[in-house]
Write a protein that binds this ligand. Structure first.
Ligand code: GDP
Length: 361
């Protein structure tokens, strides 16, 4: 499944946040695999449509879409040179689909900062420098061979050009992501087999003091630092507290600090979008469930997420949009109102499609 790697300097609140992430009883019960790996947290993506569907179908269970977060042990200055946990760290990042940097913005004299002062800008630079240096090392290993090869094989020339262009960006101190060269886009294709770290989508979590949660000037400053990446603001200690409370108490605590939803819920939403994902829905008396697919996935691909046999034996999909289903009130009503469509194998799924697949076994 798709995973987001969490990285950050020591003492920025990564463990605190990660522990809050994994303390989700509903998910732990429904997704037993969530607890197999100690450094993996499965987070449900909040989706109010699910409760509404569950009402229509009288479903016993509701299963939200999920995003997997992997806690990647502390990065330090010199990680790209193999300092500290260097090599294992880099291998872990390589396996993630996106990189989430946790940045300390909270002030607390009792919590030592590794570099002696709290400076989001410096910390981001420290982390990005390590990732950039690691990519430069990768490129320096393969470029001479590619250049040699392109003298014999003309079709290697575009790749050499792409690698040289990437090198130039990295040497300026920029990540490839910041220049639009990101995995899953056409701009990254020629570099793909190099598994460069900075071509992964980035997102940033700022661990802030409670009063900064509502400080728009402060937040805009941080957003400018990390654009085009998304920035999320939360207080890790508050998130840990929220994870211990029931829904009503949690809501009350959130309102007292001017927030509508837990920072971790925002993180799940943003992570989901950063990965280019969307959901479709299935519903019945047993369960209402959101399934995760890539934007642009076809109906058979979507069926394959439930079971590979569904994809192989795909015949057609009966699709009702969430809005139409809510408006008509039931599948039967939607059908007689002509709102239930039979879609074939070329149908491109839309976010919020409520689907029943027909297939051969
Ligand atoms: P990690 O090394 O990045 O995993 O950081 P930890 O989660 O272990 O946190 C380091 C220290 O900072 C611990 O003593 C935490 O209690 C404290 N800490 C974490 N988040 C916050 C926060 O939002 N505010 C304050 N004041 N302290 C925090």
């Amino acid at each position: 499944s798709l995973t987001i790697g969490i990285v950050g300097l020591p003492n920025v609140g990564k463990s605190t946040m990660f522990n809050a992430l994994t303390k989700n009883d509903v998910l732990a019960a429904n997704y037993p695999f969530a607890t197999i790996e100690p450094n993996v947290g499965v987070v449900g993506v909040p989706d109010p449509r699910l409760a509404e569907l569950a009402g229509i179908f009288s479903s016993q269970k509701v299963l939200p879409a999920t995003v997997d977060f992997v806690d990647i042990a502390g990065i330090v200055r010199g990680a790209s040179e193999g300092e500290g946990l260097g090599n294992k760290f880099l291998a872990n990042i390589r396996e993630s689909d996106a990189i989430c940097q946790v940045i300390r913005a909270f002030k607390d004299e009792n919590v030592v900062h590794v570099d002696g002062k709290v400076s989001p800008k410096d910390d981001i630079e420290t982390i990005n420098t390590e990732l950039i240096l690691a990519d430069l090392q990768t490129i320096e290993k393969v470029l001479p061979r590619l250049q040699k090869e392109s003298r014999i094989k003309k079709d290697v020339a575009p790749k050499v050009k792409a690698v040289e262009a990437a090198k130039e960006i990295l040497e300026k101190g920029d990540t490839l992501f910041s220049q639009g060269i990101v995995q899953g886009s056409g701009k990254e294709e020629l570099l793909h087999d190099l598994h460069l770290l900075t071509t992964k989508p980035f997102l940033y979590v700022f661990n802030v003091d409670e009063d900064e949660l509502t400080d728009e000037d402060f937040k805009n400053e941080q957003r400018a630092l990390v654009a085009p990446a998304e920035a999320i603001f939360l207080n890790a200690k508050l998130e840990a507290d929220l994870a211990e409370l029931d829904e009503d108490e949690a809501l009350e605590l959130l309102q007292s600090v001017g927030q509508e939803e837990p920072g971790l819920a925002t993180l799940a939403h943003v992570g989901f979008n950063t990965l280019g994902l969307q959901t479709y829905l299935t519903a019945g008396p047993k369960e209402t469930r959101a399934w995760t697919i890539k934007k642009g996935a076809t109906a058979p691909e979507a069926a394959g997420v439930i079971h590979t046999d569904f994809q192989k034996g795909f015949i057609k999909a009966e699709v009702i949009s969430f809005a139409d289903l809510v408006e008509t009130g039931s599948v039967a009503e939607a059908r007689s109102a002509g709102k239930a469509r039979m879609e074939g194998k070329d149908y491109v799924m839309q976010d919020g499609d409520v689907v029943e697949f027909r297939f051969n076994v």
